[in-house]
Design a binder for this molecule. Structure first.
Ligand code: FAD
Length: 305
């Protein structure tokens, strides 16, 4: 119930204005968001890569319904990639892109064109793009676009949300040589007919999907903070004789940072998803929805001043 309410609030203009105006919100947001500018993002990327972690940078801003904003978002990614390249961070830091930020809600071809330009900019500095997965209604269009992008940029990462009832089918289709696939549980509100909504069902689906990806020939990206699933991924890697370079763990900036470093120290590839930008509201609310402790932390900081 609470999760559904927070996810509904993540789409509400009125609640957004309230949360953004709360006096301490920015301090709490900083726990999950690296800052507002490219400079902030590069500083955090430098720190994380210096500690042996990989990074995927997400420019906050989604559901863009204005062509000029779409163009500005594409240019922002191009500038970010250019500056990553200039700092020599290209190979260790990639970008994550939400297609709704590059026009998917307006027109599929517009989004494909924007994503293609970002992939081209990434290739210039020797790195990759992963296409985030968003609301369930956009899953088919997103997979179509990823398929198109992979014709020219075969290293484009796809994302599968385990809460989708069709997740196993998608994983089986994507477990081919060279295919980078991020497996996550799913962060949006999705209805029963298309998604599992009970936690244990989602977790079981995650395990089934992970088994398919780890047994396959692609490059699985195990995106979870769940200790049981992380242990299971390690066991599956042994079972399928995968070396550390053939898959990676992924976690969000600000969540289980010690675990991120522990895995990296043990020789695993760990990529931290670092979101930055001014449009942090929806991203922040999804983080609150994921874990009651995050919400308690937020409420405590509101009342402790
Ligand atoms: P949960 O069920 O939320 O948590 C499982 C366990 O993990 C908890 O019981 C606890 O032991 C541990 N844990 C979780 N959070 C914390 C914490 N704050 N502190 C300590 N322990 C904690 N979703 C999408 O829909 N589309 C995407 O493109 C997408 N990309 C993502 C990329 C990355 C790198 C990651 C990590 C997540 C992404 N997500 C995405 C979000 C994802 O779908 C989940 O909503 C989110 O990761 C929470 O799920 P979980 O697997 O961590 O499990």
């Amino acid at each position: 119930m609470l999760r559904q309410a927070l996810l509904a609030a993540s789409r509400s203009e009125g609640v957004r204005r309230l949360v953004e105006r709360a006096p301490v919100t920015r301090d709490v947001v900083r726990r999950f968001v690296a800052g507002e500018t490219i400079g902030d993002a590069l500083r955090v990327t430098g720190e994380l890569t210096g500690e042996g972690l990989l990074v995927s940078l997400d420019v906050l801003g989604e559901d863009t319904r204005d062509k000029e904003q779409v163009e500005a978002n594409v240019r922002h990614y191009a500038e970010l990639l250019d500056r990553l390249g200039a700092m020599g961070l290209g190979p260790r830091a990639e970008v994550s892109v939400k297609l709704s930020a590059v026009g998917l809600t307006l027109d599929e071809d517009l989004a494909l064109d924007g994503a293609r330009r970002i992939c081209a900019a990434a290739r210039t500095v020797g790195t990759t793009v992963t296409v985030d997965m968003e609301e369930h209604a956009s899953v088919d269009a997103t997979l179509r676009i990823v398929h198109e992008l992979r014709r020219d940029f075969p290293d484009t990462g796809a994302v599968i949300q385990a809460y989708l009832r069709r997740a196993e089918e998608y994983c089986a289709e994507l477990a081919y040589e060279g295919s980078r696939v991020r497996l996550c549980k799913g962060a949006y509100a999705a209805p029963e007919p298309v998604a599992f909504t009970a936690k244990d069902e989602i977790d079981k689906s995650y395990v089934r999907c992970m088994k398919i990806l780890m047994a396959g020939r692609g490059h699985p990206m195990i995106a979870t903070h769940d200790p049981r699933l992380i242990d299971m991924a390690a066991a599956l890697a042994v079972l399928h004789d995968r070396d550390a370079g053939s898959f990676e763990y992924q976690m969000l900036y600000g969540v289980r940072p010690q675990e991120q470093r522990r895995l990296a120290r043990e020789g695993a590839q760990v990529r931290v998803y670092v979101a930055y930008g001014r449009e942090w509201y929806a991203y922040f609310m999804r983080r609150l929805a994921e874990r009651p402790a995050n919400l308690r932390f937020f409420v405590r900081s509101l009342t402790s001043r």
